[in-house]
Design a protein around this ligand. Sequence first.
Ligand code: NAP
Length: 295
Amino acid sequence: MTAHIIDGKAFAASVRARVQQAASDFKKRQGKAAGLTVVLVGNDPASEIYVRLKVSDAREAGIDSRDIKLPATATQAEVLDVVRKLNDDASVHGVLVQFPVPAHIRQDAILDTLSPDKDVDGLTTLSAGRLTSGRAGLVSCTPQGCLMLIKSVRPKLDGLSAVVIGRSQLVGKPMSQLLLQENCTVTIAHSRSRDLAAIARSADILVAAVGRAEMVKGVWVKPGAIVIDVGMNRLDQPGGKPKLFGDVAFDEVKAHASAITPVPGGVGPMTRACLLRNTVLAAFAQAGMSPPAEL
Ligand code: NAP
């Protein structure tokens, strides 16, 4: 068997096109664009690149986006003040503070201040609670993107066995909640799980969100499983540029799986697209309107 390679880049392009259409509808009906503000504290070079990409992605989709840059010396009170002002600014529908922030600022304090209605990263405690309670809310972009990719190859997931390796707030936990909502029987594995290979082999849907290059081997995968690789591990190459590896040993696993996401070109582009989608969903919700069903 050779797995179908799920083209995350192409799927993300279709999500962006739908977001663009929805953003344009929103603007027509409301007379103003959906708005996203990204806050960057300090000048970490990787974070600067991520923020630039998020702002330009959003502009391309017709979202009114801007960044606010604060110096690394900004106090926690100053950062929280910016977040509060954005919470109160009706022209801003989505707010994202780029993490990590400098060590003297508590990430939790930012998340506890941010309005869950504008939490386009889906990271606040209220967003997590809404997801767990099955209430409407914004869902973390990476797991949302993974679910959309899974459903692109298998629209109905009722009764399937799903294993999520990783239990982070950002990926593993929301991923498992989303799969549970889809009526999967969900197992969450982590660094203390015993016999991970056997747990993984029980999965019809296997999501790896670990951060260990090529940890999931071919023999860990049940024949015909859908395998989603969230991992992004940049490893130095002798005499060359660092190379990006997933958490899944792609060449081995594709001989067992029915469908698999590549790295790069799988989950990564969906994470970016889902941030835009969340911003437009937040804008519709704040205006008291239903978003287009196809979004
Ligand atoms: P994280 O917060 O470091 O969480 C990693 C999880 O993996 C933890 O729950 C940890 O278990 C578990 N783990 C670590 N070693 C393990 C092992 N040997 N066996 C089983 N489980 C193990 O990472 P994250 O933020 O969830 O991200 C995971 C990966 O996805 C990283 O490579 C990250 O770069 C990537 N990522 C990609 C995207 C994207 O858009 N493609 C987005 C976000 C993250 P414990 O809880 O027991 O420590």
